[in-house]
Design a protein around this ligand. Structure first.
Ligand SMILES: [Zn+2]
Length: 108
C-alpha cells in the first residue's frame, strides 16, 4: 500500500501529470454543471506548477511521460507531453498534429 502512495506521489511531482489531472477534474466539474473558467483554471495551474518547479518542489526535468515528436509548429523533433488528451509541444505549446502521409523509411 505504501508503494502505491509512493508511486502516486512520485507521479504528482511532475507538472505534466498535475496539469492533466487538474484539466480532467475541471472537465468533470463542468460536466457536472459547475461553472468554472477552464482557461483560467489551466493558466493558474500552469503558473503554480511553474513557481513550484522554480522552488524545486516539482521536478520539471522528469523525463517520464515525455515523447519526442516532430513539432507541428517548428517542424523539429521536440519533447511533447500529454495535456488534456492531446500531445502538446513543451517548447512552443503547439498541439501535435500527426502528419497525413508518413514517410517512415526516410533516414538522414
Ligand atoms: Zn513546438
Amino acid at each position: 500500500m505504501t508503494d502505491f502512495f509512493n508511486s502516486v506521489f512520485t507521479r504528482l511531482k511532475k507538472p505534466s501529470i498535475i496539469l492533466t489531472v487538474v484539466s480532467q477534474i475541471g472537465a468533470l466539474l463542468i460536466l457536472c454543471g459547475v461553472r468554472i473558467d477552464e482557461n483560467l483554471l489551466m493558466t493558474a495551474t500552469a503558473m503554480i506548477c511553474s513557481i513550484l518547479c522554480t522552488l524545486g518542489i516539482l521536478n520539471s526535468t522528469a523525463p517520464a511521460d515525455e515523447t519526442m515528436l516532430v513539432c507541428s509548429e517548428s517542424g523539429e523533433p521536440k519533447a511533447h507531453v500529454m495535456i488534456a488528451g492531446q500531445m502538446v509541444c513543451k517548447n512552443c505549446g503547439a498541439v501535435y498534429v500527426a502528419p497525413e502521409d508518413e514517410e517512415t523509411d526516410e533516414k538522414g
